[in-house]
Ligand binder design. Structure first.
Ligand code: 13P
Ligand code: SF4
Length: 304
C-alpha cells in the first residue's frame, strides 16, 4: 500500500519527466517509488542510459555526481544536499597528485568510487565494492595505488595476488569502526547464523565472516542461501529490505553502530520537495571537470 506522498511523487515524476535512482541503503518508502534501486555500480551503469530529462539520486553526493558525469546533458539532482560520504573527502586531489608524482610514478591509480569528482580527475579507473576485484584483475597494469579505503584495498589485494597493490590509510568510518569483539559477540549471540560482512570492515572482522562481499553480494548471498539465519555486517538498513524479500529467514545486526548517518538523511519528503521544485540540489559540474573525471568512470563500466 502506498502513502499519499508516494502516490503524489509517482504522479509528479511522470509529469516532470524524472527518473528516481535509489541506493540500497535508502529507506523502504523511497525504494518503493524508485525507478531503479541497487548498489553504486548498478546505479552508475543505469545512469548512463536514462531517457528522462531529469534524474533524482537518493543516496549520497558522489553518487549524484557520478550520474552527472555519465549523463551531463541531463539535469541531475541530489535529494538531500547534506548527504555526503566522509570517506569521499578524505584525501585532496593535490595530496594524491603529489603521491603520484613522487612515490608512485608509473603506478595505475584505482579509486573507490566514493571519492570527490576532483579526485576522479587524477585517477585511472574507479571501482565499486562489487566490481573492484574483477576490474583490478582485468587491468593490464601490475603496479597499482588503491585509494582511499585500505580495508577494501586489502581485500582486493588478497583476491588479486598477481598485482602489486599499495594502500593508503583511509576508509569508511562506519564500517571500519566495527571491532573484532563486536563481530565475535554477534556470533556468540546467534550461533546458528552465517556472518556476512562488507570488505570495508577491518580484516580482523572479515576474517571471522562466512562470506565477505559488497552490499549487492551480501544481499544476493542471503537471498539464494539455504541457510535460515544471517548476521549482516554492513549498513543496517539492508536488514529491513532482506526481511521483506525473505520473510522465512532471520536477519540480525552485527553491530548497532553500523549506521551511515549520511545515507539516512534522505527522507520521502526530500524526494517530493525535489521533484516539486522546492528542495534538493541540482548537481553542476564544469565541462573541463566532466571531461577529465568521466574517463575513470567509463573505464570502470568497460572493465566491470
Ligand atoms: P556499494 O558499493 O555497495 O554501493 O557501497 C556503498 C557504500 O557506501 C558502502 O559503504
Ligand atoms: Fe560513505 Fe561509509 Fe556511508 Fe558508504 S557507509 S556512504 S562509504 S560513510
Amino acid at each position: 500500500m502506498l502513502y499519499d506522498i508516494q502516490k503524489e511523487i509517482l504522479r509528479l515524476k511522470k509529469e516532470k519527466d524524472f527518473c528516481i535512482l535509489a541506493h540500497s541503503y535508502q529507506s523502504e518508502d523511497i525504494l518503493d517509488i524508485a525507478d531503479f534501486t541497487g548498489d553504486s555500480y548498478a546505479l552508475s551503469v543505469k545512469a548512463k542510459g536514462i531517457s528522462n530529462q531529469n534524474i533524482l539520486m537518493c543516496g549520497v553526493r558522489f553518487m549524484a555526481e557520478t550520474a552527472k558525469l555519465l549523463s551531463p546533458e541531463k539535469n541531475v539532482y541530489l535529494a538531500n544536499p547534506d548527504a555526503g560520504c566522509p570517506m569521499a573527502e578524505q584525501f585532496s586531489k593535490e595530496y594524491i597528485q603529489k603521491l603520484i608524482n613522487d612515490e608512485y610514478k608509473g603506478y595505475a591509480v584505482v579509486a573507490y568510487i566514493n571519492t570527490t569528482t576532483a579526485l576522479k580527475t587524477v585517477c585511472d579507473v574507479c571501482v565499486t565494492s562489487s566490481s573492484a576485484v574483477k576490474i583490478v584483475k582485468n587491468m593490464p597494469e601490475k603496479n597499482i595505488l588503491f585509494i582511499p579505503d585500505c580495508n577494501l584495498g586489502a581485500y582486493v589485494a588478497e583476491n588479486c595476488p598477481e598485482k602489486n597493490i599499495k594502500l593508503l590509510n583511509g576508509g569508511c568510518p562506519v564500517h571500519a569502526a566495527i571491532t573484532k569483539e563486536e563481530a565475535l559477540a554477534s556470533k556468540a549471540k546467534h550461533p546458528d547464523a552465517l556472518l556476512l560482512v562488507h570488505p570495508e570492515c577491518r580484516k580482523e572482522v572479515t576474517d571471522l565472516a562466512d562470506f565477505a562481499g559488497s552490499t549487492a553480494d551480501i544481499m544476493n548471498f542471503a537471498m539464494s542461501s539455504d541457510a535460515k539465519e544471517f548476521i549482516i555486517g554492513t549498513e543496517n538498513s539492508i536488514i529491513q529490505h532482506l526481511q521483506i524479500m525473505c520473510p522465512d529467514k532471520k536477519f540480525f545486526v552485527m553491530s548497532k553502530n553500523l549506521i551511515c548517518n549520511d545515507m539516512k538523511l534522505t527522507t520521502i519528503t526530500d524526494v517530493y520537495n525535489t521533484i516539486a521544485g522546492f528542495g534538493g540540489e541540482e548537481i553542476i559540474l564544469d565541462d573541463e571537470t566532466i571531461t577529465k573525471a568521466v574517463g575513470c568512470i567509463n573505464k570502470m563500466i568497460e572493465l566491470g
